[in-house]
Design a protein around this ligand. Structure first.
Ligand code: ADP
Ligand code: MG
Length: 386
């Protein structure tokens, strides 16, 4: 799960990860009030679940409350397009009003779960404010990477290695090491999968602040963090993904044209690959799961068909715990309630496959039955071309 910058910063404070003073606003009036309270120059920042807001015009400096009001009225309601939002952009509903920092130095600091080593990895760089993927690609020597053994946690010597790598010395190094340790404690105790601060700044008077905050949580641990679960902003998520999550379906919207209904994540990945191989592309990833019942199949099918990009459906099921007849019943029920005007190709194998095929054949509905994965994928693509 993702949260907004202002929510991340609220949580940071509890762990001693220092952030600039700030408050969130829904209206230009509120923004002006907050700027008055803050005194001095402020920065007005669009709150969306995507980075690159600065370049996209979603971060504006305001010298006084009147300017803050103007900036907020420009940003609130705008459709902000950044390299992370996709071409459709996101409508801004909240802005963070924050005291403007007197930036002397911009750094980069993040902690991410490295899946190949299975360990949290601290990444730091002197190239703060830049796209870190670009730094890693062009100047990898400027990226410090240190893995942490989660059983041992972060040692003071490890935190010092990070800050010395950033060129900090004396008091600054001591403060920086405390910052890194506090951030690790946050990452660990809050069950994050990513914490990224870009930029982490040093001010002219020698203080350190997280100027940005990107925080992702491990969904499987959310039950331990009710306060975090409440921060979920459904408006920032794909509506079909939200709908699918209500039925415990693993559904991810993609940008292709063939809707896939599959049981098992491995089979779903293979199905997407074979669609690509046959010359088309998947409109979604959908794993209905091993234990799906008729209702789940019905809901899954309805969600697939709610996507306007879908031009054909490929149902690829290996009947195990989910029996083929249960799947067939679910699909037939769903087709009766949903207006289906695209071709459907089904490949089924496994438990009760004959019974499943009978149900489909006797339903009076129009399906193509494929013979194996490759043949089915080719039939989907052929149907698309017609
Ligand atoms: P994004 O990464 O989405 O573009 P950031 O929060 O990193 O958003 O803000 C973009 C840039 O705006 C920062 O790199 C920094 O230069 C400037 N900025 C953001 N917040 C402040 C602040 N409180 N004071 C001064 N400058 C800021
Ligand atoms: Mg940033």
């Amino acid at each position: 799960m993702n949260i907004h910058e202002y929510q991340g910063k609220e949580l940071f404070k509890k762990y001693g990860v220092t952030v600039p003073r700030g408050k969130v606003a829904d209206t230009a009036d509120e923004a002006e009030e907050i700027a008055k309270e803050m005194g001095g120059a402020v920065v007005v920042k669009a709150q969306i679940h995507a980075g690159g807001r600065g370049k996209g015009g979603g971060v504006k400096l305001a010298k006084d409350p009147a300017e803050a009001r103007k900036a907020a009225s420009e940003i609130l309601g705008m459709t902000l397009v950044t390299h992370q939002t996709g071409p459709g952009g996101r409508v801004v509903k909240k802005v963070l009003i924050e005291e403007a920092s007197d930036i002397a130095n911009e750094l980069y600091l993040s902690i991410v779960l490295d899946r190949s080593s299975g360990r949290p990895t601290i990444m730091a760089s002197t190239e703060g404010g830049m796209d870190i993927e670009e730094v890693a690609a062009k100047t990898p020597e400027k990226l410090i990477k240190i893995q942490i053994d989660p059983a041992l946690g972060i040692w003071p010597s490890t935190a010092r290695r990070v800050v010395y790598g950033l060129g900090l010395e004396g008091e600054q190094a001591a403060e920086g090491a405390k910052f890194v340790s506090n951030l690790y404690k946050f990452y660990d105790e809050m069950d994050c999968s990513l914490v990224e601060i870009n930029p982490l700044v040093q001010t002219a008077d020698g203080r350190m602040f997280a100027l940005d905050a990107k925080v992702n949580f491990d969904d499987n641990a959310l039950y331990r963090h009710k306060d975090v679960a409440e921060m979920r902003d459904i408006g920032e998520e794909d509506p079909l993904e939200v709908e699918a999550s209500k039925y415990n379906l693993n559904y991810i919207k993609l940008d292709g044209e063939v809707a896939c209904m599959v049981n098992g994540a491995g089979l779903a990945m293979a199905t997407m690959d074979i669609i690509m191989l046959a010359g088309s592309s998947p409109a979604n990833f959908l794993d209905v799961g091993g234990g799906a019942n008729k209702d789940m199949v019905e809901n899954a099918f309805r969600i697939l068909m709610d996507d306007d990009d879908v031009k054909a459906v490929f149902i690829n099921i290996f009947g195990g715990i989910l029996r083929c007849d249960v799947l067939a019943e679910g699909v037939v029920e769903a087709v009766k309630t949903v207006n289906v005007n695209v071709p459907i190709v089904i490949r089924m194998e496994g438990t009760n496959v004959e019974k499943g095929r009978d149900i489909l054949e006797n339903s009076g509905l129009d399906f193509t039955v494929g013979n194996g994965m490759a043949d089915s994928a080719e039939k989907v693509v052929a149907a698309l071309k017609r």
